[in-house]
Design a protein around this ligand. Structure first.
Ligand code: TXA
Ligand code: MG
Length: 318
């Protein structure tokens, strides 16, 4: 017998909102992955996020807000940056999710917990579209700091059960929002200079974003220092991963893409959207089933395939 408490998967917004007001850490669904959220203005609340995740204190957190007005309170946006923000955060036809990195607004240092920024002079801001996350934000009067709700360097969670496997007994509540719509984290775009550049690939693809912002550049994301917390080895299951294995060369447990004989398939139809949505479920399933070595079929390197390949490369890194 242990007297460790059990983390509750709940549908109760009230419980979750009360916890956040008490400076607790809770897991919330977003349209990308589940987040580990706490009051971004309270030191103790933000420090708890780092402790629960086992995250190095040098790795800054994304601040989640509900309106452009609150984003403007924390971040300093150029005229062009503001237009980008309105498009990625408010346009109902926009596909995928984007986090924007902007210079920190002056004189906000005292209001935001310094642990959120981990020494950066910029701030990463996101306006989630998930209805439950939006409801939580509309019930509180502070912004939410939230990294992905996994233990540091492990695979991000895309359903409430994933969070429970990782963090049971470490947080009081997980708000259940079912399976995440996109299944990949937000795309992070740096808009501190006049030319926007992608720092992390994610659920809004480069090709799609470039069709909207023609001067967007992609080059920086391959620099390991572009995003403080993104190491070469990340999103890592326990299993050893082999990439780009054709069906005729498979020798281990085989994860396919498109119609082919395999043990698990990211998308039978060869849909990159579906593969993105299933990727973390598959990586976690492999560990749950204690499979030691896994061969992955090649994934086309365009659209969301770039982000999927980026995650698989990090998952395969030793
Ligand atoms: O979809 C997502 O983005 C999820 C949901 C919960 O919002 N969040 C997420 O957070 O993926 P996290 O902490 O797992 O990844 C955020 C990344 C980290 O690698 C961090 O280093 C980077 O964003 N980051 C945070 N602030 C930054 C800044 N000011 N400049 C550059 N990168 C920053
Ligand atoms: Mg993460």
């Amino acid at each position: 017998m242990t007297n460790k408490f059990e983390t509750l998967i709940t549908n109760s917004l009230q419980l979750v909102v009360q916890s956040l007001k008490n400076a607790d850490v809770v897991a919330l669904p977003t349209e990308t992955v589940y987040g580990l959220a706490a009051d971004a203005t309270k030191d103790l609340a933000v420090q708890s996020i780092y402790r629960v995740k086992g995250r190095p204190s040098s790795n800054p957190l994304i601040v989640h807000v509900s309106t452009i007005e609150s984003a403007l309170k924390w971040g300093s946006f150029s005229v062009k940056g503001l237009k980008i923000a309105e498009e990625v955060w408010l346009d109902s036809s926009f596909s995928g999710a984007v986090t924007l990195v902007v210079p920190l607004k002056e004189n906000t240092e005292n209001e935001l917990s310094p642990y959120v920024l981990a020494g950066q002079k910029s701030i990463a801001l996101r306006l989630p579209r998930h209805p439950l996350f939006k409801e939580v934000l509309s019930s509180i009067d502070f912004p939410l700091a939230a990294p992905s709700a996994n233990r540091s360097n492990y695979v991000s969670p895309t359903c409430a059960e994933h969070v429970k496997w990782d963090l049971d007994g470490l947080i009081p509540y997980i708000l259940d929002g079912g399976k995440s719509q996109y299944g990949l984290e937000s795309t992070i775009i740096d808009i501190q200079t006049d030319i926007p550049s992608i720092l992390r690939l994610g659920s809004s693809s480069y090709e799609y974003l470039q069709s909207r912002f023609s001067d967007l550049i992609l080059s920086k994301y391959e620099n390991s220092k572009a995003v403080p917390g993104l190491s070469r080895k990340h999103y890592s299951p326990k299993a050893k991963i082999h990439l780009n294995i054709l069906p005729e060369n498979k020798r281990n447990f085989y994860v396919g893409f498109g119609s082919m004989p395999c043990d698990l398939n990211l998308s039978l139809d060869g849909s990159l959207e579906e593969a993105a949505c299933n990727l973390y479920h598959v990586l976690r399933q492999i560990d749950r089933d204690k499979i030691n070595i896994v061969d992955f079929a090649p994934i086309p390197h365009d659209g969301l395939g770039r982000a999927i390949n980026d995650r698989l490369k990090r998952a395969a890194s030793t």
